[in-house]
Design a protein around this ligand. Sequence first.
Ligand code: AMP
Ligand code: MG
Length: 400
Amino acid sequence: MAFLKVVPLEKALEVINSFQLEPKIESVPLSEALGRVLAEDVASPVDVPPFDRATVDGYAVRAEDTFMAGESEPVRLKVVGEINAGDTPTVELEPGESVYISTGAPLPGGADAVIQFEDVDREGEEVIIYKPAYPGLGVMKAGADIPKGKVLLKRGTRLTFKDTALLSAVGFSEVKVFRKPRVAVISTGNELVLPGEELKPGQIYDINGRAIADAVRELGGEAVFLGIARDNRESLKALIEKGIECCDIVLLSGGASGGIRDLTSSIIEELGEVKIHGIAIQPGKPTIIGLINGKPVFGLPGYPTSCLTNFTLLVAPLLRRLLGRESEVRKVRKKLAHKVFSVKGRRQFLPVRVEGEKAVPILKGSGAVTSFVDADGFIEVPENIEILEAGEEVGVTFFG
Ligand code: AMP
Ligand code: MG
């Protein structure tokens, strides 16, 4: 049953929070893990390096054999072999012995230091050492880089190339990630045409389709753009049904004016249930939140800036929940660059651009495309506030 009454933003968030959607987990090959969100903490199953390893080209020695070495009285050690990267050492150093070793090769038994070849002389089967080595010189101990069992990455991490590199360093070929929520994106309006098509009089290009689909992708979801629904029952219903069939969430934009919105809401009511129709915020008052077959359906405002603001306020938290990224805060404290006026009794969200420590309000009006392109996010002006002074501290929420 439709409420058909305006509710506070908190109530809308509560309703969204109560939707029974559980994050789903899947395994993906590491080669496809970039940008995905980890579904579990990852600990290293191995020591890195896996063995005591030479960090220079030179001679592996027992450090104690070199303690007496000096410029005038060098120590001579017998070179009993050679170990290269990838070799398995078979020799065990006896007192007075050394082995030629290359960077990355495992130390032979008995050795605890590697002296770089630039610091020694070689004469036949002997190496001449002029300076004492200490245990650990030229050596990276097993596990010194990453010890086995160490938690490397936390659940909820969006994997970057550094993370996938780290995962390869410890040998993972697959990782468990959150399944990408599939989000259907539908633009509505008789005036809209897709970029690339010819603009006829009275028509404009569809912005929200791209903006919302890519905001979903940036958050880590999978967007399925279903195209433009015309402002009539058949067209809207067909696309909403398609969205419910293919996706976990359906997002519509536009249709806020001229009774069209009631069309959307009556279709949602017919196919499922309207949970909220009207939120006490500006922009976004006529926003619709519904459920069809247990799947959330959102009707967002038409103006791109308003659409993105409401997407950020209402949809992004749901997507973050489905991606295990709830803890991420996309809010920073900045100082307002200049005075802004609001309307008393209206909870307003104003687009701003962040410049260093300043939040610069964008006052072109929500209808301007460039107001959305210029903005990085928005600030909230509470109901009881009419004026925010320049220099006042404000919380900026970034889009998406
Ligand atoms: P509506 O809520 O459908 O009345 O739309 C409000 C305003 O936003 C109108 O000027 C629409 O042309 C514009 N608008 C709606 N949807 C889009 C869209 N997908 N891309 C660009 N502008 C849009
Ligand atoms: Mg419209």
